[in-house]
Design a protein around this ligand. Sequence first.
Ligand SMILES: [Zn+2]
Length: 186
Amino acid sequence: MRALLGHLEEDLIWVAGRANHLLHWHRIHRFCGRCGSPTQSKADERALVCRQCGLVNYPRLSPAVIVAVTRNDRILLARNKGFRIPFYSVLAGFVEPGETLEACAVREIKEEVGISVKDIRYFGSQPWPFPDSLMIGFTAVHAGGEIRMDKVELVDAAWFSRDDLPEIPPPISIARHLIDAFVQGH
Ligand SMILES: [Zn+2]
């Protein structure tokens, strides 16, 4: 799926992405998580139901926040160990049970680079079906602390100015939309 980014028209990528998301969900919910019996598609809604105990499973959606943090006229970008292509991006992380999106943004930034942020504002959202995420984008402003990188997750993290950006993500991603908005001065 990721290999299609940049090769298909954007509308088609999201159609293929939705299919990828649903196929992935089907593959990992073939059996009931409660009693272990086989599941089957439910007739009247998009769900998988257990043939034995009737437990209904809806498509799994994993929300993640993605945050563009700025400090004066610079943006925080990091290189993640998991990136196959060596680009720098804004930080992101999965929302935990019982957590607000804003609290998740504060926690993720603190965990990954050790700084505090303020003025958290909603930016926009994007399905990210690789395999089952929904990215919720925010902007935030540096409130305190210097970068202390989580070396398990990141290989580099730094503040970059508009005219000195490193390699950044492809135009289709919300990560890129956040960086583009910073470049345009929004
Ligand atoms: Zn069951």
